[in-house]
Design a protein around this ligand. Sequence first.
Ligand code: MTE
Length: 331
Amino acid sequence: MLIQTRRDGFHHLHSADITPPEFYANRRALLKTLATGVAGATLASWAGREALAQTVRAGKLAPLAAARSLLPGAITMEKSTAYADASSYNNFYEFGTDKADPAHNAHTLKTSPWTVEVEGLVKKPARYALEDLLRLAPMEERSYRLRCVEGWSMVIPWIGYSLSALIKRVEPLGNAKYIEFVTQADPKTMPFVGSRVLDWPYVEGLRMDEAMHPLTLLSFGMYGEVLPNQNGAPLRLVVPWKYGFKSAKTLVKIRFTERQPLTAWNHAAASEYGFYSNVNPEVDHPRWSQASERRIGEDGLFAKKRKTLMFNGYEAQVGQLYAGMDLKKLF
Ligand code: MTE
């Protein structure tokens, strides 16, 4: 989701390690045929990602125990995306703009010691050590759909607890209407902080009722383990009914405010990225249709796209938060 128009229209040709071998054979043949000129360069980058996906496996990081969530809507019945894909096809611009860059580069991120500062309009501002946050509420496993504004989606079994558990702990004041989420921006360990892609740090925001919604997850892990760096270690937000960019990675500060925060993407391109950014198939992004999506890992070359659902399929749970709002204007 860069501001510049991307020409690598082929970056969706990413494969899963669960792809049947015959698909691989077909793709390799196609790769050979098309590997010339611009298509050649982009397909080469796709091939690189495919090779990377083959090397990334669950079972390498510390396990993180969690009970299956009982929250309505928290577990989709849809099949999880392969770990190799979820951890090698990432948007994490602090580590580069290509989908494979975070998996290649994020090993430099230093996640320990780690603290998160909670400040602003709360009765009990505090600086939490990661260890204390890990113990603050019982860990749940929740299988959420993640829909990126670029038109792809995944299903990821996240581990964490409702952000509301932390919010209640710090006792927001009556005039706290929004929460700003500030993420790590350390040029020493994050090679692309300082690049002109965004004004760093990466900042996101939610309205208080959105942040308090039980589906809004403070996540520390996925697939039974702690988060890999490229997915936002040691902790991140996951807001399943909003476009993926609202789910800020590597949180360091949570600030309660009266005014709507200026988010990094809204600041970079207000006409493209609104504050709300609810998944909405009826409101297209200027460069990408939002009507349908490609599920990563189901992408045989001619695979059919899926229809994108209002609020990413979480309308029953979150629709009432937006009653009476014009979602075309407040996109
Ligand atoms: N958080 C930070 N700090 N930096 C980023 O570049 N990218 C966002 C979001 N959180 C991003 C971020 C975008 S655009 C998406 S789609 C999701 O992370 C991707 O999360 P995933 O890589 O775990 O699938």
